[in-house]
Design a binder for this molecule. Structure first.
Ligand code: ZN
Length: 219
């Protein structure tokens, strides 16, 4: 694709990583020889995507054998396999407030930065900027579609990590979009719910034909 950029590639498919991709993830909570598993993606129409996910009991995180660690490993494996930059637990049919995200700098379109693998447990957006950004989003759960969505330019997110430590993340631009997209999943929302103008919903192929060049000019 000639005009690929983070903005036009969408949220969960922006990264097509190399075979030697940077997967810096240890495997806590799972014994040697136990394999991570790729999970099936829940697609639009699966009611689990429309449920508010249950919060994780933070006390469970203190137990090294807790099931959240295994779930996170499988989600990371699935996100990498699908070429996504983010994945929320309801998208793998687990109604829990867990999301993972990771992306790398794209050398052709520098400036988006790199986000190391980040695990968000019980995340809450505590601040939305009034300033907005428009961008094309896609979703592993609506894999054939792109839609133009208005999001806050920057947000603050409070969440817990796998060790049960509280984290505060101030994000803007692309990362802010990914966070808003993934946290929406934990509240039963998908990106089309955020669209004011459904004339800007497109199949992937039509997006590439009619919209992508225009976005590249704007970028
Ligand atoms: Zn999504």
């Amino acid at each position: 694709m000639l005009y690929e950029s983070f903005r036009s590639m969408g949220v969960e498919r922006a990264l097509k990583r190399h075979a030697s991709g940077n997967i810096f993830y240890s495997h806590p909570g799972r014994g040697k020889g136990e394999k991570m598993a790729r999970l099936k993606i829940a697609r639009l129409g699966n009611p689990i995507l429309r449920q508010k996910a249950a919060p994780v009991d933070l006390n469970d995180l203190k137990n090294p054998e807790n099931e959240i660690r295994a779930l996170v490993q499988d989600m990371v494996e699935t996100m990498h396999h699908e070429g996504g930059v983010g994945l929320a637990a309801p998208q793998v049919a687990r109604s829990l407030q867990v999301a993972v995200l990771e992306y790398e700098e794209n050398e052709r379109y520098p400036g988006h930065g790199t986000v190391p693998l980040t695990v968000l447990i019980n995340p809450v957006i505590t601040r939305y900027s009034e300033e907005k950004q428009l961008g094309w989003e896609s979703c592993l759960s609506l894999s054939d579609f792109r839609g133009r969505v208005e999001r806050s330019l920057s947000v603050t997110v409070e969440a817990w990590d796998l060790e049960g430590n509280k984290r505060v993340i101030d994000a803007e631009g692309f990362l802010a979009v990914v966070l808003q997209h993934e946290i929406d999943h934990l509240n039963g929302l998908v990106f089309i719910d955020r669209m004011d103008d459904l004339t800007q919903l497109a199949y992937e192929e039509e997006f590439e034909t009619y919209w992508m060049g225009e976005e590249a000019v704007e970028a």
